[in-house]
Design a protein around this ligand. Sequence first.
Ligand SMILES: C[S@@+](CC[C@H](N)C(=O)[O-])C[C@H]1O[C@@H](n2cnc3c(N)ncnc32)[C@H](O)[C@@H]1O
Length: 314
Amino acid sequence: MNIHKNLANNRDFNKSKANFDSIYTQDDPREYYRVLYGLDYVIPDLAKAVFRQVASALAATRGRRLRVLDLGCSYGVNAALLKYPLDIDRVAGRYRELEFAGLESEAVTGFDRAYFASWPANEIEIVGLDISAPAVRYAEEAGLLDIGVVADLEARDLTPAEAEVVASVDLIISTGCIGYIGERTFARLLAAFGERKPWIASFVLRMFDFAPLESLLDREGFATEKMRGVTFVQRRFHSEGECAQALRQLRARGLDTAGKEEEGLMHAEFFLSRPAGEADDLSLEKLASITSGSNRAFGRRFSTLADDRLRFGR
Ligand SMILES: C[S@@+](CC[C@H](N)C(=O)[O-])C[C@H]1O[C@@H](n2cnc3c(N)ncnc32)[C@H](O)[C@@H]1O
């Protein structure tokens, strides 16, 4: 397999996407949320439900607090949603307040640190890796990341210290990142692990071909399953040009765009890759599912306890 050619193909797809590079390199996330949430960027919110189910199935087998690596973590949006009882509307909405507009980045980071610390946190540790030093610094200082790693693993190997951190990770997650990164990054990450390999939970835009990465993972002893019958909205297309180009590329790949990209929305698919033996007992279908409406808040209601008794509670 030609690693260079596969990533180059995905990069060609990436060229058709709007170029938001500057929003990922500011000292705080105001521009990131203003631009992306302005385009209804909802994938971290939709991914949260799946990541939580995967994390809970994995925690049951590891029997300890999980350490998660968020690949292409940017300003730590996945960490915010996984750790705290927050949704993206709430987090992005913070920066719509006029009072936030004139602040120095340092002040924004300070307010955010206090804000996130004011919520009860889930027992989960998050390592974030991104090429953007300012984004990783913000996410660490705001308390979203327990450990931040600034690295471009398309271009270089891990340092020994980075490899040690990576080797301690149980689960690798990503949203909106595959396409920017590909087989080279994964080959380098996987080389850091010893006997205990991670699970890898990836949301991938349909414009990107996951097959080359899946082949690499297969050779490394991972079994990959795609969540069937469901796609996840990433965001609205930015422009007619971006939409038209994506439709051409998707159709050239033989994908049916009806009801999805034809409606002006980018869609992603979910892939779970696990060390082959660990995937045998519990299929993806059994460990994670999507229930329409499950992301909404509901009032107190009946639920069933392990011994089949009903209780009225949260
Ligand atoms: C579309 S953003 C997604 C960010 C975040 N996961 C989300 O869902 O909002 C892609 C991220 O990948 C990062 N990135 C791009 N190339 C990278 C590379 N070679 N290595 C690590 N991160 C990279 C960017 O800095 C950016 O934060």
